[in-house]
Write a protein that binds this ligand. Sequence first.
Ligand code: DC
Length: 220
Amino acid sequence: MIKEAPVLTIDGPSGSGKGTISTTVAGKLGWHYLDSGAIYRVLGYLAKTRNIAFDDVGGLVNLSQNLDLTFTAQGISLDGKPVGDEIRTEDAGKRASLVSPIPEVRKTLLQWQRARARPPGLVADGRDMGTVVFPNAICKIFLTASAQARADRRFKQLRDKGFDVNIAQLFKEISERDERDANRKVSPLKPAHDAVVLDTTELDIAEVISRVMGEINSRL
Ligand code: DC
């Protein structure tokens, strides 16, 4: 039997800094890292390439059931091949947000995500890590920031990856995506009742990391 591993969940809206904070904290702790958003991004990307419509629930469930996804230190692989930045565009984020409200899809992915909790521990980032996937996590963080600060961060992130982005358009897309993620019936974006909510609008990355490390270390 696999020994139960401690889990740190980091949830929040897009651009709240979840990815950067989670990977850094996972590295410092020497723990595994689960980027749950990447699963929905890959699904949305596959739906596009295979011409599966967002209202084709059967097709999307089938896709999620046959997803051969691997997370390694080098990145994400699909069917044994590395997945690149094609899942990192804002369009891919929107597609992810459109496939993710389907209850059967989320149910299919639940056990797979839970099985990532292996010793010595797991840092899991997403929207419902603390509320649904890992309700018994030893430490839950919910990161927020103003919509403008999040759009600015995403703008820099996408521009640094070489994408052509328009800040006003990005602000609109991020706001629409958050609205959809927060208002869906299944696993909406919201802090768990026992989460520590951190507003990062005025904080730099080092300060957020230090706060999160303080929270997890106080529980270990
Ligand atoms: O974290 P991200 O921006 O990569 O996530 C992309 C989308 O995937 C997000 O807008 C909603 C969906 N998602 C989700 O429904 N549940 C998660 N745990 C993570 C992401």
